[in-house]
Ligand binder design. Structure first.
Ligand code: 13P
Ligand code: SF4
Length: 316
C-alpha cells in the first residue's frame, strides 16, 4: 500500500476508534467483509453469531458491516437502537431471488406446511415465515420438528438440498441461489485437489450438490473456521467467499488456505460484490453521521420478529 493510502487508513482507524467510544457503538462484521473492516470490528461472526450478538448488546448504535438483511435482522431484534449499514446498497443476490409476494403465494398454496426461511431474506419474506434458520443451525432446527412435518424451505435451493440429504426430510424447496456460491467450479476444485492431495476441501452449503459431495466438511462460515482450526490437516481448499481467509489465516497462521476459483473467474478467488461495498471510509462516515440507518416497516417487523426469535430459542 502506498504511504499516502496507509496514512489515510491509519487516520480512519483512529477516528473510528474515537467515535465508537464516544457514541457507545458496536461494530460488527461478517467474515466476508474486507480485511481492514474485520481488523477494526468489535465482533466478527457468521450470520447466526451476528444475530445473537445484536440481540444481547447494550450498545446505543450497531454498525452492521455486512449486507442489508443482516442490518434488518439486527433492527428487528433491537427496534430502539440505531442500526447502521455503511453502504445500504449492499444487498444479497440470494435474498433478491425470493420476491415476498411470490413467496407469499407459494406459502398460500401449501397451507399445511411449516415455513422455514434462511436468514438471507428480506424482512417481508420473514414476515411469511414460521422459523428463520441460518446455515449454522438449519439442520438442528429441521431435526427438532416432527419427522412427518411438511416443510417449505426457502430461498436457497442448494442449502435446502443439503439439509434434505442430512436429515432424510423431503422439504419443498424454493429455487433461489447465491451468485457467489452457485458459481464455484467443480472441475477447477478437483484439479486443485489433484495438485494438493493433502488439502481438505471446505464447502459452504450454499454451493451446488456435487461440491457438497466432494467436501471434507460442509458448514456455515463459523463451522468451516472451526474445522480448519481443530483438524489436523495443514492445507485447505476453501469453497466459500474468499473474505473468510482473513480470519482463517489469523486463527491458524501455520496452515495454508487456498481460495477456490469460480467457473468464470480469472483470479484465484470468489468475492461477493455486495459484501465488499462496505469500506473503512464508509464505516467512519456512518459512525460520524449516524447514517445510513436501517428502517423496517413496523407491521412487517412485528411479524418478522416471531420466526427470528423462534430461531434463537431453538438454536440455544
Ligand atoms: P453464514 O455466515 O451464515 O455461513 O452465511 C454465509 C453467507 O452467505 C452470508 O451471506
Ligand atoms: Fe448474499 Fe451470496 Fe453475498 Fe452471502 S455471499 S451476502 S448469500 S450474495
Amino acid at each position: 500500500m502506498a504511504a499516502q493510502d496507509q496514512a489515510e487508513q491509519d487516520r480512519l482507524r483512529e477516528e473510528i476508534e474515537r467515535l465508537r467510544k464516544e457514541k457507545n457503538a458496536l461494530i460488527m462484521a461478517h467474515y466476508y467483509q474486507r480485511d481492514e473492516i474485520q481488523e477494526i470490528a468489535d465482533f466478527i461472526g457468521d450470520s447466526l453469531a451476528l444475530a445473537r450478538k445484536a440481540a444481547e448488546t447494550d450498545a446505543d448504535i450497531i454498525v452492521m458491516c455486512g449486507v442489508h438483511f443482516m442490518g434488518e435482522t439486527a433492527k428487528i431484534l433491537c427496534p430502539d437502537k440505531k442500526v447502521l449499514v455503511p453502504d445500504l446498497k449492499a444487498g444479497c443476490s440470494l435474498a433478491d431471488s425470493c420476491d415476498p409476494e411470490e413467496f407469499a403465494a407459494f406459502v398460500a398454496e401449501h397451507p399445511d406446511h411449516t415455513v422455514i426461511s434462511y436468514v438471507n431474506t428480506s424482512a417481508a419474506v420473514k414476515a411469511h415465515t414460521d422459523i428463520v434458520v441460518t446455515s449454522g443451525n438449519a439442520r438442528k432446527i429441521v431435526e427438532s420438528l416432527p419427522a412427518d412435518e411438511k416443510i417449505i424451505f426457502g430461498p436457497d435451493h442448494n442449502l435446502g438440498e443439503y439439509i434434505n440429504s442430512v436429515t432424510g426430510r423431503n422439504m419443498l424447496l424454493w429455487n433461489g441461489a447465491c451468485h457467489v456460491h452457485d458459481r464455484f467450479s467443480l472441475e477447477k476444485i478437483v484439479e486443485m485437489k489433484r495438485e494438493h492431495p493433502g488439502a481438505k476441501v471446505l464447502v459452504h452449503p450454499e454451493c451446488r450438490r456435487p461440491l457438497q459431495l466432494i467436501a471434507d466438511k460442509v458448514g456455515s462460515t463459523a463451522a468451516l473456521l472451526d474445522f480448519a482450526r481443530t483438524d489436523e490437516a495443514q492445507e485447505f481448499i476453501v469453497v466459500t467467499e474468499s473474505g473468510i481467509l482473513f480470519e482463517m489465516r489469523n486463527k491458524c497462521p501455520e496452515k495454508t488456505f487456498l481460495a477456490a476459483p469460480a467457473e468464470d473467474a480469472e483470479c484465484q478467488c470468489n468475492e461477493c460484490d455486495y459484501m465488499k461495498m462496505n469500506t473503512l471510509r464508509k464505516v467512519y462516515e456512518a459512525l460520524r453521521d449516524e447514517r445510513p440507518e436501517i428502517e423496517v416497516d413496523a407491521e412487517i417487523a412485528k411479524k418478522a420478529i416471531r420466526p427470528i426469535e423462534r430461531m434463537l430459542e431453538l438454536s440455544k
